[in-house]
Write a protein that binds this ligand. Sequence first.
Ligand code: UDP
Length: 237
Amino acid sequence: MPEMKRVLLKLSGEVLMGDQQFGIDSAFVAELANEVKAAKETGLEICLVIGGGNIFRGMAGAAQGMDRAQADYMGMLATVMNALAMQNALEQLGVPTRVQSAIEMDKVCEPVIRRRAERHLEKGRIVIFAAGVGAPYFTTDSGAALRAAEMKCDALLKGTSVDGVYDTDPKKNSDAVRFDTVSYGKVLADNLKVMDASAVALCRDNQIPIVVFSIRDKGNLARVLSGAGTQTIVQDQ
Ligand code: UDP
């Protein structure tokens, strides 16, 4: 496990819907906020990026005949809603936060300003980066990799519904094998399901380890951070 002082935690939108099929399950968001709070209490500086897949995905809109860029902007707006939901849940637990959006929305949150984000982290606030990179044809995984690079995070923690990276899809294949560590090159060459290729390449080029773990098990984020959890680390070997 890399030594970590500052991390970027990426949560896919799907984890905010809990057991629902769509949208935001407030009780589940509150549980997630608890996990994030526990991680922060270990002394880490935390940047958060949350996806939008629980509300809207550009690809889904495009598949129904929408213009892709237009649909992607709707997806970016979905991530802002999720960021606000998470901000609310964290602040109800007494954790100070700021939301910075790559699409300016000054009634709702701050714009992305790196130096300001830096200051928030110094003051012990969690910074939630919304709207991905602010451009269509990208995903929030790329947003996470970009913010991890510019905020000089020691690792990108990718919390999903599986406990790491497997050689084949563990939901379809009962004999799929989980990697403890795997190189960026193998992830890209074998098209392993971690994050989209542009996000993985950005992490590789900036030597940011990607820690893939399950955010669905209670207490797992803290276990992973302490080195006692189950995860896959993507890094050069
Ligand atoms: N999106 C985008 N540019 C970005 C980030 C997100 O166009 O930089 C759009 C894209 O349509 C995407 C949607 O926002 O499908 C929601 O984000 P994502 O699919 O990454 O969410 P997740 O899968 O993590 O829930």
